[in-house]
Ligand binder design. Sequence first.
Ligand code: CAA
Length: 382
Amino acid sequence: MNLQLTDEQNMMRKMVRDFAANGVQPEVARMEQEDRFPTEIIRKMGDLGLMGIPIPETYNGSGMDYTAYIIAINELSKVSATLGVILSVHTSVGTNPILYFGNDDQKTNYLPKLATGEYLGAFALTEPGAGSDAANIRTKAVKDEDHYILNGSKVFITNGGQADTYITFARTGDEQGAKGVSAFIVEKDTPGLVIGKSERKMGLHGSSTVQLNFDNCTVPKSQLLGEEGNGFKIAMANLNVGRIGIAAQALGIAEAALEHATAYAKEREQFGKPIAANQGIAFKLADMATEVEAAKLLVYQAAALVEQGSPSSKEASMAKMYASKTARKTAIEAVQIYGGYGYTEDYPLERFFRDAKVTEIYEGTNEIQHKVIAKNLLDPKK
Ligand code: CAA
């Protein structure tokens, strides 16, 4: 595929690279040590138009294409995978469902606030008993005059402790499986919505991951997103783009690990020569660079398909599966090249490894990505 970027896309890369170097890098150590949500950085991202890159200008978004959006996640994640996931979840699954499935009132009410970063978006699908088997959620929404009353709980909700709106999935009616699921826009101050335990994670320090409890949570009928019973399709359709965002995040981590490892291998001397002079190290770097390049092609190809409006679920899953595996492998090899130093917190390599691991887990485990790819291959009509 042709990876030539437009002037606009190149400008986006340069702008985010500068912002990441000057506005994010100086805060990374503090975010890491204090596990503090980067509210101030997100406000600046809003000012730069980064919180609504693919949202049309009519709704105060930047009105740019999906490749520009993917570039932003890719570049931010080279410096901070935490900011990469915050942006990806906010946009792909926190805002896009309203853009694509909302009615005019919902679009007018929420998109301008989300696109400028005044509001932060989250996506509440996963439950204690329904992770990979997302169609099996148990949270119930019962219609009561002008409201739906929601009861149930959600887990691992990214941006959850800080979000203003939650695209929430709950079961309406008696139908089992995917057909009984509906989507709602739930505002943070809705009575009965309780923010639960905040997870302490291996990586992505500074990002918020919480449990949510819906305890007779009273959501006005006007907050139903799309039609009743159409919620699972809304979740899946937006997870397609979400998975490309996570793939771009993983790519960013892999590129950063490769860049550090290459520089270190040329500089670090043992036995009177740089360690890169040994084939054991040079060939390792060659493998890492090849895999990173392959991941990049898959990620940008998937983004281009979304932009063209072509089917992209197989390619999104391929990009997510391959880029996340590459991030984990590249980060581990980079730690190895750094030796003992790579295992310390004085260098970012151990952070790259801890941050990379989750990209193989969230927005559909890599086992689920295999399932999606296989289904597309074997039964392409569905
Ligand atoms: N786009 C549109 N519709 C889709 C779709 C897609 N990509 N995938 C499935 N559907 C539709 C199907 O066409 C089907 O509709 P019909 O009944 O009309 O034919 C319906 O949805 C049900 O599809 P399946 O029969 O394929 O459903 P399934 O129960 O077998 O499950 C699955 C499919 C792919 C395993 C799905 O459950 C899945 O993706 N699981 C993983 C869940 C996941 O990714 N969770 C992420 C949570 S969010 C997160 O992680 C954010 C974060 O923190 C970073």
